[in-house]
Design a protein around this ligand. Structure first.
Ligand code: HPA
Length: 276
């Protein structure tokens, strides 16, 4: 069946107007007209949504302007509005469009722009990723301290100069470290994917200062910063990166590591969100 057309596929469309329309859809469908915090849940982090408060509404992402159907099993296609015990509204985005899907970077960052349009000032980006540090183990959550964008693309269009000095806010990382002082930090390298990296690419990432390899997040973080949001990024290390672990990588292994770690890291994330 042909996919219904997406307004973001029209190159003359203004992506911020599409995001504003999506935010209006979310307000109408959830009955919540302002969100304070937005959370994108990657593989392994899904259960956090059940722990951060009371779900006010869950809506299928494709009912919201500009959102696409999820490409992958293990990526839930819903948006959820949750009210925390402290009375904040959290928009949980369980529908990520990855760059490797080939729909263009506007669709990749649409959820982030929509979150900003709902009023969210804080963007929490989570993912499952490969770890480069030998001491890391599958199932370990890591704070993203910075990123290296290896996609050769950007969500910024035209001469839009955005400062990324404190992209993954030191303030929010310190807050997470107060909740779990054992959390380690690392630099996230976004590769284009969908193939996993070669061992040589992992060595390159390591040489240029990377500690984590993945296929999301960096482009989203740039868009979130452009929208003026403060960003917290966390990776679940689902596997050691290619060549660091000597066995072959598989998507099944990544999903399984996420499943195994989910209760633990979701509880941690819920505590962090409560403290934001
Ligand atoms: N590389 C890129 N993306 C990933 C990995 C990896 O090793 N593991 C989970 N997502």
């Amino acid at each position: 069946m042909a996919e219904p057309s997406n307004p973001l596929d029209d190159p003359t469309a203004d992506p911020f107007e599409v995001a504003a329309a999506a935010a209006a859809d979310i307000a109408r469908l959830t009955g919540v007209d302002h969100h304070d915090i937005a959370l994108t849940l990657g593989s392994g982090w899904g259960r956090a949504a059940d722990l951060i408060g009371e779900t006010v509404a869950t809506i299928p992402a494709p009912e919201v302007t500009g959102f696409s159907r999820p490409a992958l099993e293990g990526h839930v296609g819903t948006l959820r509005s949750i009210r925390t015990p402290r009375g904040r509204n959290v928009l949980v985005i369980g529908a990520r469009t990855h760059y490797y899907e080939g729909h263009g970077v506007r669709r990749v960052v649409h959820s982030v722009r929509t979150a900003a349009a709902t009023g969210a000032a804080t963007m929490v980006l989570t993912n499952g990723a490969g770890g480069i540090r030998h001491t890391w183990r599958p199932g370990q959550p890591v704070l993203i301290s910075d990123h290296i964008n290896l996609t050769a693309d950007s969500p910024l269009e035209g001469a839009t100069f955005v400062d990324l000095t404190d992209l993954y806010a030191r303030r929010l990382r310190d807050l997470a470290l107060r909740i779990d002082p054992s959390l380690e930090e690392g630099v996230y390298c976004q590769f284009r994917g969908p193939q996993y990296e070669t061992p040589a690419e992992v060595q390159m990432a390591k040489t240029i200062g990377g500690h984590i390899v993945g296929m999301s997040t960096a482009l989203e973080a740039i868009a979130a910063r452009q929208a003026g949001m403060e960003i917290l990024g966390m990776s679940l290390i689902t596997n050691l990166a290619a060549g660091i672990q000597t066995t072959p990588l598989s998507h099944a292994e990544v999903i399984e590591a996420g499943r195994e770690a989910e209760p633990r890291i979701s509880a941690l994330l819920a505590k962090i969100v409560e403290a934001l």
